[in-house]
Design a protein around this ligand. Structure first.
Ligand SMILES: Cc1cc2nc3c(=O)[nH]c(=O)nc-3n(C[C@H](O)[C@H](O)[C@H](O)COP(=O)(O)OP(=O)(O)OC[C@H]3O[C@@H](n4cnc5c(N)ncnc54)[C@H](O)[C@@H]3O)c2cc1C
Length: 321
């Protein structure tokens, strides 16, 4: 739903997600999905282009992402037909292919959220009536996408790197460059964080649970300004979308729209034990841990950098009042 169309009774923007979602669902029930007819073909025209320089072949991180529209539609259809029913139980486990992986297409408009909702209603109408079903939860994620677009358009300051909660802009972040580099390179010594960052660096995509864990780690453990992480994600993500990325970072940093921000600190070890219990995801990106037991796999390891992250962290904290 276009930014500015889901508003409170007073015509104001919702600042928290749950009432926004309630109103969004009421609007969908009232007017349904608005599908447009196929546009008529344009007349052929001759476009005279100057000779363009050949693009340099970079890394092949986008090779896994087909750009054929039919492939994308089929991926979305088969997700709605078969996999969405397992979404509720599988979506938080990065070792499992439990989410749609459609974000890159939604971000650049190969696919619209309307198409997704129309297909979901067609394939999973009964599931949509149950609040905790895979289909309902997937729909909620699409609503989060709309929520952050509404927020971005209503608060243009967000695009000027300002926090949604203005008082949090007074935080004096220690911003240690070496710690930031270790985080970017997946060399913090925390296996779940490092494996996640390597997934991002190697594939251009990162699982949602891991985006939350790595963002929380950067801000709440390394005490680095969320904007550094936001910028780094944007430079790497194949699904980079300003509204969703900014919203996700500010949520994780407790500077954004989260209704209960103060105690939201993710423990990287317990998150790892809970969401990658067998360590399969970690070992996929950190094969050097193959010989560790499942239990050991989750605990901080000696990172491949000269100075341990704990030492660095302690030396910074000694200088923070
Ligand atoms: C720190 C952080 C940064 C993020 N940056 C981005 C970003 O740049 N681009 C982006 O598309 N998503 C971003 N997200 C949201 C989410 O992680 C991804 O949309 C999701 O992982 C994409 O995988 P998927 O297509 O398999 O998602 P699915 O679980 O299948 O969800 C379906 C679609 O819903 C939308 N969606 C899902 N979760 C969210 C969410 N929390 N906020 C907004 N939209 C959502 C996406 O378009 C997604 O493709 C971020 C989240 C965090 C915590």
């Amino acid at each position: 739903m276009a930014p500015g169309t889901v508003l409170t009774q007073q015509g104001e923007i919702y600042k928290v997600f749950t009432p926004f979602k309630r109103n969004w669902l009421a609007k969908l029930a009232a007017s349904g999905v608005q599908c447009f007819t196929k546009p008529a073909a344009q007349k052929p025209f001759n476009l005279k282009l100057p000779a363009l320089p050949l693009m340099e072949e970079g890394d092949n991180s986008s090779a896994a992402w087909s750009v054929a529209e039919l492939d994308v539609l089929n991926r979305m259809r088969s997700f709605c037909q078969q996999r969405v029913q397992d979404y509720a139980s599988a979506r938080d486990f990065p070792a499992v292919d439990g989410t749609s992986s459609l974000s890159a297409y939604l971000a650049i408009g190969v696919l619209s959220a309307q198409q997704c909702v129309a297909r979901l209603q067609h394939e999973a109408a009964q599931q949509l009536e149950q609040e905790k079903s895979g289909a309902s939860i997937w729909l909620s994620e699409l609503i989060w996408r709309d929520f952050y677009k509404h927020i971005l358009v209503a608060f243009p300051k967000l695009i000027k790197h300002q926090a949604f909660q203005p008082e949090t802009d007074k935080i004096n972040w220690p911003n240690n460059a070496a710690l930031f580099e270790a985080w970017c390179n997946g060399e913090t010594g925390y296996p779940i964080v490092d494996a996640a960052m390597r997934q991002l660096n190697e594939t251009g995509w990162m699982h949602n649970r891991l985006r939350m864990i790595t963002a929380s780690f950067l801000v709440k453990d390394l005490h680095i300004d969320w904007r550094w992480g936001e910028r780094y994600f944007m430079s790497k993500l194949i699904d980079g979308d300003f509204a969703a990325n900014n919203g996700g970072w500010q949520w994780a940093a407790s500077t954004g729209t989260d209704a209960a921000p103060y105690f939201r600190i993710f423990n990287p070890v317990t998150q790892s034990e809970r969401f990658d219990p067998s360590g399969d995801f970690i070992r996929r990106y950190l094969p050097q841990l193959a010989s560790k037991t499942n239990k050991e796999t989750h605990w901080p390891q000696n990172p491949s950098q000269p100075k341990g992250i704990f030492d660095q962290w302690l030396s910074i904290m000694r200088h923070v009042k």
